[in-house]
Ligand binder design. Structure first.
Ligand SMILES: [Zn+2]
Length: 170
């Protein structure tokens, strides 16, 4: 009986994979790229606690997965040397050397810092299938990742300025 149930489950699973394979293929690289070993955030707060420490705009983007209007972010044209951290928990995510001019209206990076920094997950909102990027330390929404970035990764991390805090370093 147990074996039979297992077999049915396996068939169902294979069927599901088959149906979505075509759609998932183009997102595979991004989903697997530097995916953190643990998907569980270390910083966990209630929505009330986040509301208390974030501005309404930060709360909307970081916790409710909102998007800032293009070409409005404070860090879009920032060329200073330093580190970009998560605005919610301070976790270091990108360096200024990883930033590039993508002309897409949001700060863009072709890579992330080493060490389980950014979680990737499929996002099917707004009638599109995209790969969402989140701070691995607190699950804060950062933006999305696309496969049209420059070498050497070919990736573009498209990030809301609001989700980032810049720390200048000489
Ligand atoms: Zn964070």
């Amino acid at each position: 009986m147990y074996q039979k149930t297992l077999l049915v489950l396996l068939v169902l699973l294979l069927g599901a994979v088959g149906c979505t394979q075509a759609q998932q293929h183009s997102n595979e690289t991004m989903l697997n790229y530097k995916q953190p070993k643990s998907m569980q955030p270390k910083v966990v707060k209630t929505e009330e606690e986040w509301k208390a420490i974030l501005s309404p705009e930060q709360y909307y983007i970081l916790r409710q997965k909102g998007t800032e209007r293009p070409y409005t972010g404070k860090l879009l044209d920032n060329k200073a040397k330093g580190v970009y951290c998560c605005a919610a928990c301070g976790f270091e995510l990108f360096t200024s050397d990883q930033k590039f001019d993508s002309h897409c209206g949001w700060p863009s990076f072709f890579n992330e810092m080493a060490g389980d920094r950014i979680k990737k997950q499929v996002d099917k909102s707004h009638g599109m299938t995209r790969v969402e990027i989140l701070c691995a330390n607190c699950d804060g929404h950062l933006g999305h990742i696309f496969e049209d970035g420059p070498e050497p990764t070919g990736l573009r991390y498209c990030v809301n300025s609001v989700s980032l805090e810049f720390k200048k370093k000489d």
